[in-house]
Design a binder for this molecule. Structure first.
Ligand code: SAH
Length: 257
């Protein structure tokens, strides 16, 4: 298989995990974007319960921990990410507030109406935006908030190359008005949406990977899968540079009614 037709989803999970555990974030985002999204949420008290789903090693979880009252349960499928997240929580002195647990977003270990806020950056695509919004709704109290980032088209039309890339990687990508409509249909009042600034992709996602790629390639010299993984992420970064006016991540914030 040429690396052009290989998307990151085709690689060995343990390799992907190791590669991404060497960077602070596993998806585009920034502390500023997390704080901005939080500014739309108004019901949090010391007793608030918050879930961070698909938390990775906890880049955004630590920001939440510093800025919200209450308790945060962070969930990810990969035990290594959760281990790192819990170590990060200790490093930031947030261990009383942030707890990482291993779990899958399609089978969450939560009860109905447990949470005041559900957060998920760069992760809901793993089960799909509409499915995630619909299935996770029952874990929220009435009046609770859902805040997720999701890959979205900025225009109705786009060049074929980038369209093809996304149809292969995540065909559920859609325009912002369509995503807002899906959120409303899933039982939320759409409260706010904003496009993540470019630095969420460059300074906070692709650039920190450059050094991690060098280390990774050295460690796995001659390993075809590891090399293809790195080439595939590099291709993706180049596509972003070329087509960033057509797509990006968007924060969608909704209130359960
Ligand atoms: N929120 C983090 C990580 C985003 S990457 C950040 O923005 O940096 C997507 C994350 O979803 C990865 O950590 C991956 O391990 C996790 N993930 C993938 N499938 C999952 C599932 N079924 N359940 C829970 N987490 C999952």
């Amino acid at each position: 298989m040429s690396n052009e037709s290989k998307s990151i989803h085709d690689f060995d999970l343990s390799l992907i995990c190791e590669y991404f555990s060497n960077v602070e974030r596993q998806g585009p985002g920034s502390p500023e974007a997390t704080v901005r999204a939080l500014s739309f949420i108004d019901n949090l008290t010391d007793r608030a319960r918050i879930a961070d789903i698909g938390c990775g090693t906890g880049g955004q979880t630590m920001v939440l921990g510093r800025h919200v009252p209450g308790q945060i349960t962070a969930v990810d499928l990969f035990p290594d990410f959760i281990k790192q997240l819990n170590q990060n929580a200790e490093k930031h002195n947030l261990q009383e507030k942030v707890k990482g647990v291993v779990g899958s977003m399609d089978d969450l270990p939560f009860g109905n109406e447990e949470f005041d806020l559900i957060w998920s950056e760069g992760a809901i695509y793993n089960i799909g935006f509409e499915r995630g919004l619909t299935e996770w709704r029952r874990f929220l109290k009435t009046g609770g908030y859902m805040a997720v980032t999701e890959a979205s088209w900025f225009t109705d039309e786009r060049p074929e190359e980038i369209d093809r890339f996304w149809m292969d990687a995540y065909p559920e990508i859609d325009t912002i008005p369509n995503k807002v409509g899906q959120m409303q249909k899933a039982g939320y009042v759409p409260v706010a949406t904003f496009v993540l600034p470019e630095n969420c992709w460059t300074d906070n996602y692709y650039i920190p990977q450059v050094a991690a790629q060098e280390t990774f390639l050295k460690k796995y010299a001659g390993n075809q899968s590891a090399e293809e993984l790195v080439y595939s992420v590099r291709d993706e970064a180049q596509l972003y540079a070329r087509y960033k006016s057509y797509y990006g991540y968007v924060f969608y914030i909704g209130k359960k009614i």
